[in-house]
Write a protein that binds this ligand. Structure first.
Ligand code: DC
Length: 236
């Protein structure tokens, strides 16, 4: 990992958890930009592990084998790009990991405890090198950074989330079928929130925001204010 743009400043970790399609990635990126922090998309790391499964022909149910294969690849972010590009053995896989073949298996992959253990460790290591960080995912405030300065939980109506994901995928030039995306979101919600290791939960003490009828700017404004209030209260 290259040096952080926040060198010399006090640590500030902000976590954003919630189900797919709540706007976490966009919000995390914009919040990081507004507060001059780095941003981490932890879901992209589970997507990279899924790509390893696809390319090595490993069944996602074979957790230890998949973790072993994941250990042989060099997974890192290029922090000189905003949002950071995800590199696997030097190859930019940022777009590739959004494809439907990856999305279809990623929740199964995210159930594998050996894979989770590796990625949780990698996320904490990233935070030690980028200590002023907005990180988003499913377990960032509950498991990975329970002592984060501010923890958010974003939620939204499932129909709104599916439509958002469809327009996001279409905008990035990917062919999408609305019914397939809706079903994919429903299935991933169920797997993510019922798995035994690091399930999607609302972390205790998190600030909950329902984004169903809010636009991104309103959500980010609200979060910037909450972070500043927390800092002014002397928490950070
Ligand atoms: O946010 P996303 O859709 O890119 O996440 C992909 C998958 O990875 C999703 O099914 C949940 C899982 N995930 C996880 O288990 N823990 C995280 N911290 C982030 C994502």
């Amino acid at each position: 990992m290259s040096e952080s743009k926040t060198d010399g400043m006090p640590p500030l970790i902000i976590t954003i958890d919630g189900p797919a399609g709540t706007g976490k990635s966009t919000v995390a990126h914009q919040l990081a930009h507004r507060l001059s922090l780095d941003s981490l998309d932890s879901g992209s790391m589970y997507r990279a592990a899924s790509l390893v499964a696809i390319e090595h022909g490993i069944d996602p149910a074979e957790g230890p084998r998949l973790a072993e294969a994941l250990g042989t690849v060099d997974l890192r972010f290029d922090w000189t790009i905003s949002p950071p590009a995800l590199l696997m053995d030097g190859r930019d896989i940022s777009r590739r990991v959004r494809d439907m073949d990856v999305s279809r298996i990623v929740s199964e992959v995210a159930k594998c405890s050996p894979v989770r253990a590796m990625l949780v460790k990698a996320q904490r290591s990233i935070a030690s090198q980028h200590p002023r960080l907005v990180t988003e995912g499913r377990d960032q405030g509950s498991i990975v950074f329970p002592d984060a300065t501010v923890r958010f939980y974003l939620d939204a109506d499932p129909r709104v989330r599916a439509l958002r994901r469809v327009s996001q995928l279409s905008a990035s030039g990917l062919e999408v079928d609305v019914a397939e995306v809706t079903e994919d979101i429903r299935r991933r919600d169920e797997i993510d929130s019922t798995r035994s290791d690091g399930p999607l939960i609302c972390p205790e003490g998190a600030i909950i925001i329902d984004t169903s009828s809010l636009d991104i700017d309103d959500v980010v404004d609200h979060m910037v204010k909450a972070v500043r209030d927390r800092i002014n209260d002397g928490v950070a």
